[in-house]
Design a protein around this ligand. Structure first.
Ligand SMILES: [Zn+2]
Ligand SMILES: [Zn+2]
Length: 377
């Protein structure tokens, strides 16, 4: 992945830019790179997304402050990171002055809008990820207010149609333009385009219909999941607006390192040190696997760094039940230190009995050296 560009750079504004300047810069980019204007142009599409993301962060004072302080890391470093796919940027708002004004009504503003997606980072132990686990998590999200069931009105009372727009959510005005007199419509300012007005606001949510709530969720993590992968919890994001469906919750998996095992795909790796006598003589050694200790019969004359493959002893496949990766073991040979006198005597005796053909590498090496110096005068 290419380096993420600085959000200010993306929008082409100073770090001190005021809200209005941000909006102006964003509008310009959004118009230029909007997919409807550049059908099939991948470059434009990614520019458009980049601008959306930058604007979503910088137009939110809280997110902007965090970004100023921590950069991109600040956007992703905690329970709820920033998820660009969950952006709800109202294009009508952005394009109002562009597409609007020619007699089109902005219907979209009134329609149902899907709720924002949320992201949760879940840390797992190596073995939890390998074999799957169930975890309870608590997320805090904006949810519908329970007291008024999201209506914003004190229980029992119903919102009345907005007087300013007669319940349509739109107000029209005549405008003088280059093309002559045209009728333009825009969202009603007194009801925010909803078409209704709350007379008696719910005391719990002060009429917003929303409240921050903690919710406990049981997450079933399947065996074989890998670092960085996401689980999607459908409809567990924030609630939609005007009857729109809720967003999703993405659970991003982060696997903590294991002191013994490493992992690549579905294969597991570890190193096992053996003594030089074990390597020379062969025999059964104990090898750790994710299922526990396993016995492996080492062949006679095993060399340092030799790699053993234990088939089907790795991580269970995420989508293929019953299948598992391999466990790959690197044998390291340890040379003993602090030998006692008798050990040294035995080794000297052992060495005196050794023959060239028992040390292939050494023999090859001394042959090569001999060849190298033979022709010297
Ligand atoms: Zn309420
Ligand atoms: Zn209204």
């Amino acid at each position: 992945m290419p380096e993420k560009r600085d959000y200010y750079e993306v929008l082409g504004v100073q770090r001190t830019a005021a809200e209005d300047d941000l909006k102006k810069a964003y509008r310009k980019l959004a118009k230029k790179y909007h997919p409807d204007m550049n059908p099939g142009d991948k470059e434009a599409e990614s520019r458009f997304k980049e601008a959306n993301e930058a604007y979503a962060v910088l137009s939110d004072p809280e997110k902007r402050a965090k970004y100023d302080q921590y950069g991109h890391a600040g956007m992703d470093g905690q329970g709820f990171g920033f998820d660009p796919s969950g952006l709800n940027i109202d294009l009508e708002d952005i394009f109002g002055s562009f597409f609007g004004g020619f007699g089109q009504s902005s219907r979209r503003r009134q329609g149902p809008q899907r709720g924002a997606n949320l992201k949760y980072r879940m840390g797992l132990d190596f073995l939890e990820a390998a074999f799957g686990v169930e975890k309870d998590i608590t997320i805090t999200k904006e949810d519908l207010c329970e007291a008024c069931r999201g209506s914003g009105s004190r229980d029992g009372s119903t919102p009345v149609p907005c007087g300013a727009c007669h319940g349509t959510g739109q107000v029209s005005s005549r405008q003088q333009t280059l093309f002559g007199n045209v009728m333009t419509s825009r969202p009603c300012p007194s009801c925010g385009g909803t078409g209704s007005q709350i007379q008696d606001p719910c005391p719990e949510c002060r009429g917003s219909g929303r409240k921050n709530r903690s919710k406990k969720l049981r997450i079933k993590v399947p065996a074989g999941i890998n670092d960085g992968e996401m689980l999607t919890m459908r409809n567990e994001g924030e609630p939609g607006a005007r009857g729109g469906p809720p967003g999703d919750l993405y659970v991003e998996i982060h696997i903590r390192p294991h002191p013994v095992f490493q992992r690549q795909g579905y294969d597991t790796y570890c190193e096992v040190p053996v003594t030089f006598a074990q390597a020379a003589l062969g025999g059964d050694i104990e090898v750790p696997t994710i299922d526990g200790p396993s016995t492996y019969s080492l062949r006679e004359g095993t060399q340092p760094e030799e790699v053993l493959r234990l088939r089907g002893k790795g991580i269970p496949h995420l989508n293929r039940p019953g299948q598992r990766g391999d466990h790959i073991v690197k044998v390291t040979v340890e040379i003993p230190r602090h030998l006692g006198g008798r050990q040294k005597d035995l080794l000297r005796e052992f060495e005196s009995l050794s023959q060239d053909r028992q040390y292939e590498n050494r023999k090859r090496f001394s042959d090569r050296i001999r060849d190298l110096f033979r022709d010297r005068p």
